[in-house]
Design a protein around this ligand. Sequence first.
Ligand SMILES: Cc1cc2nc3c(=O)[nH]c(=O)nc-3n(C[C@H](O)[C@H](O)[C@H](O)COP(=O)(O)OP(=O)(O)OC[C@H]3O[C@@H](n4cnc5c(N)ncnc54)[C@H](O)[C@@H]3O)c2cc1C
Length: 556
Amino acid sequence: MMASTTDVLVVGAGPTGLTMANLLAYHNINVRILDKRAGPTEETRALVMHARILELLDKLGLAEQAINEGQKLRAAELLARGKRFGKLSFQGEEERTPYPFALIYTQDQTEHLLQRNLEKTTVRVEWNTELLNLEQTSNGIRATVRQTNGSEEIIEAGWIVGADGAHSPVRHALSLGFEGESYKQALFLADLELEGDLNKDQLSIGFTKLGFLAFFPMHGERRFRVVSTLPLEFTNRETLTPDEIQQVINTYRGPYITIKRAHWISVYRIHHRMSKRFRVGNVFLVGDAAHIHSPAGGQGMNTGIGDAYNLAWKLALVIKGQAQTTLLDSYEDERMPFARAILNGSDKGFELMTMSQPLVQQLKVSGLPRLFRFVSSVPALRQRAFWLLSQLWTSYRSSSAVMQSAAPEKKRVQAGDRAPYGIYEIGPDTGKSIFSTLGGLDHHLLLFAGSDPGTASSNLQEIASKVCKLVSTYAAPIHVHIVEAGNRRLHQRYEANTPALFLVRPDGHIAYRGSAEDSARLEAYLDRIFNKEVPQPGIDSRRASSSQLASTGEGE
Ligand SMILES: Cc1cc2nc3c(=O)[nH]c(=O)nc-3n(C[C@H](O)[C@H](O)[C@H](O)COP(=O)(O)OP(=O)(O)OC[C@H]3O[C@@H](n4cnc5c(N)ncnc54)[C@H](O)[C@@H]3O)c2cc1C
């Protein structure tokens, strides 16, 4: 039997595994990715890509392409008893994210995008290759895999990432439970060409006592994804016919919407489960292998991609010897509470939509439209709804891998939060987003001058030189940027009234927040996370670019 070695073995080339392989390849890590399937999925499956995930995909230069190929969803409307009950528009969100919409970008599109990008590197997905078993060894893992022609291979890897879906053989090999339950109520999903009174840039959702029916616009002139509760008479069915779906549509919307063509129809049985651990030794679980939940809010694929962004840079820095291995503990610390929150949120949403008690049904039909209309009409509530759905709220404040030196209760922007979005008002980057400064997959240290009159530091250049010197003593690349006081809105967004330092991680979260004058605290933080010397010299070809000072304001 053949034997070979690699730094990381990724099992599963769904959206999560493909993201992981792309990110590790970007960091020049020796990675192999395999999948028992013959190629990427041709089924549309997961439908929505949220703003936070587009922000992350932009770090690989993929957001624009996804947007060009996808369909922007800018609002949602509720229909009840044949009437429109308010419109939840995402207007105004452009202040908070470059992507003020949800993107209809299906799972097959996502997988193809990620696979095409991976093909620009030397890494190739090994299709038709199945993980048979794995064992942990003293210095990593040993996996046995088999190709469809029957040939077997032993792969010795430092680390294994189980991105192998809900039935995860990797999770089974660790004997980890997948606690939770299955819902009685199933859904049907159908990609259809429809004729009738439906808006192409918004989601329409209707309720009856028996359940719900939603129309998501898809790329293509008359194409929609129809999602609905599976009627009781079809309980044991694996699929429905277009005529049966037409009947369901008629009961909700009347015969004004007609199916012209059906592309894909599937019955989807729903579970909510989470693995007890997301990491055991040198084995990590990501995506559906770690957590599955109802499709309410379209969070499944997004959460898996988010897992990969959280883990990949940590693993890359540890493998290169640039960060301490304890950094890896923060993957589970950060992503488990996040997955639990997504699980609870999407479950509550799903339960509300499908509850069958007569009183709740009555409340749903009469109360929900009123609530929806109220939320749609109050900008703060509308913004809150977008914030929650789009995963922009993602935060790791209690993680062991983040640190804050100022009194945290006084600040709304804290270490662990997503670094806020905003536009430069002065200097060479005027009109550009701060996310262009934070681009790529290195760490960035932002030095804010401070916005309070009289507090703006006069010796900003001096502080910048000092922190540049400090960060250059660490093995990981950290780029330093000055944000001049004239960038008022950015100062407001970051609540940087006094001169402040923000270390932003490759996944766009604030690793450290502290006073610009307090370099000792910064040093204590850097000592905790990074190594000063790379144990294996020469392994990081990107090292040469570390700690460059980039000026982002006037006067430099
Ligand atoms: C019909 C359907 C409709 C869905 N609709 C939605 C939706 O509308 N919204 C939403 O958010 N989510 C939806 N989902 C869920 C969504 O598809 C998942 O959340 C998403 O695919 C998770 O991605 P993943 O990469 O973690 O896992 P997966 O996409 O499941 O990928 C896991 C991969 O691992 C491979 N694998 C498994 N075992 C092995 C092995 N032993 N060796 C090698 N490879 C292996 C599999 O072949 C697979 O390619 C839907 C799922 C289905 C099935």
